[in-house]
Design a protein around this ligand. Structure first.
Ligand code: F6R
Length: 597
């Protein structure tokens, strides 16, 4: 969940390069941050609490870290120990010569701590990460740095990624991974190569698009060249670099006040790119689906809601029964998996720990796995048998918008391919995408912003839908909750009378998703029930209705309506966050890539 950024190369302003890299990563973790470079008798560090935001490379203590050709840096999302300077990374060994930045959770940290304390080490922080620096310090007595790191890393339980810098080993960096993502960027030229390490690919794009993803149980030593080895055996392994087609500008905010707004506005293109899947791959995945006995969508958070939308799309378009399970709940179903189960794993990052664990469980049972994922090269793409890339480009706001829309579009296309109608599906999706612009005009955005201002003081908000609009309501509520912090719930219209109508009081805002589908009459009757209890009705759909107190028009998207209905919901969430003074890009307590369990 935290961010790693590292530089080694010919430039002497390594601390400044890493500082800028950390700023690009701040959406991953932002409670504290820190940097380290080698000094004459140990590492020199600078650690601070709070957002890195406006700190510049000219800032006194940062400037004092240069000149240096190597620097390691980290932005933290606290798991063990409070948000303090002392708990910020890099963590150092007792002699101050070994510095470690770490993503993940060392599950056996308490055991290792006890052993280190008994051996005379003094631990300065409350973190699980610090033990790694002390373990390496011990091992350096008998081993060179790469081997000391390998042996220390082998003692850690959990899904971890580390980068280690040692003052005694000069510029040498050692990277090791068993779960959390790590990607190495290779820049410069043959005679003067430069290396970058990051937890997140988009952060590297400003420097290079030549990348190597480190696999689990692999390590890399960067000593002016790049060598790979297995963390289990120490044996050398070979890894090829890949060129990634994402442009650096795609990862920049540009003129927009927030990434979330920029990404909402990019959704027409995102949908259009998502449906341009290689035809042979699409056919192959559709064929695998047709022969599968069971098809199950899995995802977490928003991607979990997308999976539920998928179940409606497949039932409606392909006449195919499927199920949707949250990544974190999937292990409970492991005994029902077999070779003819097909898992469709949906993810923006492709690095979500709960999802990857579910995929491992399915693979171990011989099931097939299809990934629908935005980040190329991510762990999910490496585990799955087939990958349909969403191609939304870098998504930096914590709240997923354009990647979500791309995932839904891929599911819509796949459902049509499954029904033997890929070309027809492509045409329908292109038509739906062409209506997205109507939802992002200044007029329309202003209308949603005014509604947000009206609702900004509310404590509770309900989003009510039937049919495919039920999971759309769940996703709409997720968006509102995560960036505005208003308590929002998605409710199936049919469930109101079973329990939820008890929540309605005079003035309670209820968003009614009323598409032009066969659920419309029933959802309007639900709206009437809510209105009879004094609820305030905000209608969202192609047709206005006298029962609506407020109305957000949405073009008719037919069977693919989620691609349109969700957009005003995302915009509403965005403006609610702004109206309440929240930073929509970095909502409290959340991180973009949830790589810990
Ligand atoms: C909400 C959101 C999260 C993610 C969830 C899974 O807007 O973005 O709920 O959907 O953490 O992440 P990925 O899609 O990276 O697997």
């Amino acid at each position: 969940m935290c961010g790693i950024f590292v530089y080694q190369g010919p430039r002497s302003d390594a601390a400044g390069i890493v500082l800028e890299g950390l700023k690009r990563l701040e959406y991953r973790g932002y409670d504290s941050w820190g940097l380290a470079v080698p000094g004459s008798d140990g590492l020199k560090t600078e650690r601070r609490v709070g957002k890195i935001g406006a700190v510049s490379a000219n800032d006194g203590p940062i400037a004092a870290l240069n000149p240096s050709n190597v620097a390691i840096g980290h932005t933290r999302w606290a798991t063990h120990g409070g948000v303090t300077e002392g708990n910020a990374h890099p963590h150092l060994s007792c002699d101050g010569k070994v510095g470690v930045i770490h993503n993940g959770i060392v599950e056996n940290a308490e055991e290792l701590k006890a052993e280190l304390l008994a051996g005379g080490h003094v631990l300065a922080s409350e973190t699980d990460s610090e033990v790694i620096a002390h373990l390496i310090e011990n091992l350096l007595r008998d081993h060179p740095l790469p081997e000391a790191v390998r042996l220390a890393f082998s003692r850690l339980r959990g899904r971890n990624a580390i980068v280690v810098l040692s003052a005694s080993a000069g510029k040498v960096l050692v990277v090791a991974k068993s779960g959390s993502p790590v990607v190495i960027g290779i820049g410069g030229n043959e005679s003067a190569p430069e290396y970058f390490v990051s937890s997140d690919m988009p952060a590297l794009l400003a420097h290079t698009n030549r990348l190597v993803w480190l696999g689990d149980h692999e390590m890399a030593t960067i000593d002016g060249s790049l060598k790979f080895a297995s963390t289990s055996t120490g044996e050398p392994i070979s890894r090829q670099s890949e060129i990634v087609a994402w442009e650096p500008e795609q990862a920049e905010r540009g003129e927009h006040p927030h990434f979330m707004l920029k990404e909402i506005l990019e959704q027409r293109d995102a949908v259009q790119r998502a449906i341009n899947q290689p035809p042979a791959l699409l056919d192959e995945v559709a064929a695998v689906m047709r022969v599968a006995q069971e098809v199950c969508f899995i995802g977490c958070g928003t991607a979990g809601a997308v999976g539920r939308i998928g179940t409606y799309l497949f039932a409606d378009i392909a006449g195919r029964a499927t199920s949707a399970i949250l990544g974190s709940e999937f292990k409970n179903y492991r005994h029902s998996l077999h070779e003819r189960t097909l898992l469709i794993a949906i993810s923006q990052s492709g690095e979500t720990a709960d999802l990857l664990e579910a995929v491992d469980i399915a693979l171990a049972r011989g099931s097939r796995v299809v990934a629908i994922v935005n980040v190329p090269g991510s762990m999910l793409t490496r585990k799955a048998h087939y990958t349909l890339l969403v191609q939304a480009g870098p998504e930096k706001a914590v709240a997923s918008t354009k990647a979500t829309m791309g995932q839904i579009a891929v599911l819509g296309l796949l459902a049509h391919a499954c029904a033997g109608q890929a070309a027809h599906g492509h045409a329908l999706l292109t038509n739906v995408a062409s209506h997205i612009d109507a939802l992002t005009t200044p007029d329309y955005m202003g209308r949603v912003a005014r509604l947000a201002n009206r609702l900004a003081g509310e404590d509770d908000l309900y989003v009510i839908g039937r049919g495919i609009n039920y999971p759309v309501a769940l996703e709409a509520a997720i968006k509102v909750q995560e960036v505005s912090y208003i308590h929002a719930e998605g409710i199936a219209g049919g469930e109101l009378k079973h329990y939820a109508i008890a929540l309605i009081q005079p003035g309670t805002p209820c968003i009614i998703l009323a598409s032009n589908d066969d659920a419309r009459a029933e959802i309007l009757s639900n709206a009437a029930q809510v209105k009879a209890r004094g609820g305030m009705i905000i209608g969202v759909g192609p047709e206005d209705n006298p029962i609506f107190d407020e109305y957000l028009p949405v073009p008719d998207g037919g069977g693919l309506s989620p691609l349109l209905t969700l957009i005003p919901m995302q915009i509403l969430a965005y403006y609610l966050a702004c109206a309440r003074g929240n930073d929509p890009d970095m909502p409290r307590n959340l991180a973009k890539s949830v790589t810990v369990k």
